[in-house]
Design a protein around this ligand. Sequence first.
Ligand code: HEM
Length: 217
Amino acid sequence: MDRDRRQSFYKLIACFSLISILYSLVNNFLVDPGAETFLSHKTGLVRELKPQIWLTVMYIHVGFACVAMASGLINFSTRSYTKYPRFHRVNGYVYISSVLFVVLTSGYLAPYATGGKVSSIGFNLLNILWLFVTVTALVHILRRRVLQHRRWMIRSYAFCFTNMLIHLLTFVFHEMIGIEYVTSYTIGLYGSIVLLIIAPEVLFRVEKPIGIDPHKG
Ligand code: HEM
């Protein structure tokens, strides 16, 4: 990918990230701070859900998710790692710590997931995947493999769009196709996992023919 196309692509991703951060903050802290709409779909849970604890954990989850989205976005900017390498490193650890908090809180939320056991398994799978991909990105840079680090960070960052994509797919299946909400949510979850794994690979295939050597770095 040449410089101009790369910059345009970065701007596009920046737009998605900012929309996702704004949507998460406005929807969860202003529009529906008690998550009443979301919780109304939780029927027939095997474990008893304590709303106050669930809400507190969800707020922490959303807060760190937003920090992960913002810090990750900043670190993909070329200026961050060429001009300010020390900032890039510190901000990178902010990103990894935020991912860790999102995954930890997700571990609490998963057993109560909309859609029951099938959704819980999906979320736990996501937890393992996201941790594995993020740690792999870190290991690559500790071994000075810049290109591999960049690729695994792109794979990791894709998971920041999990929530937005789940809601988008749920909307399509529920509102547009007419499938029951809970089923749509579960389909949305698994659909998101697949799309978030595939999207970075498609990106690498697009940039490969334009002259970037994947074995370098
Ligand atoms: C990074 C961007 C993310 C944001 C902004 C985010 C935000 C949220 C929000 C707002 C909720 C509350 C329910 C809703 O309105 O959807 C939620 C629920 C949840 N999130 Fe995340 N999340 C993100 C990523 C993830 C990831 C990567 C995982 C798994 C590794 C995860 C696991 C969960 C679980 C298990 C729930 C509970 C779902 C349920 O009760 O049905 N989230 N998330």
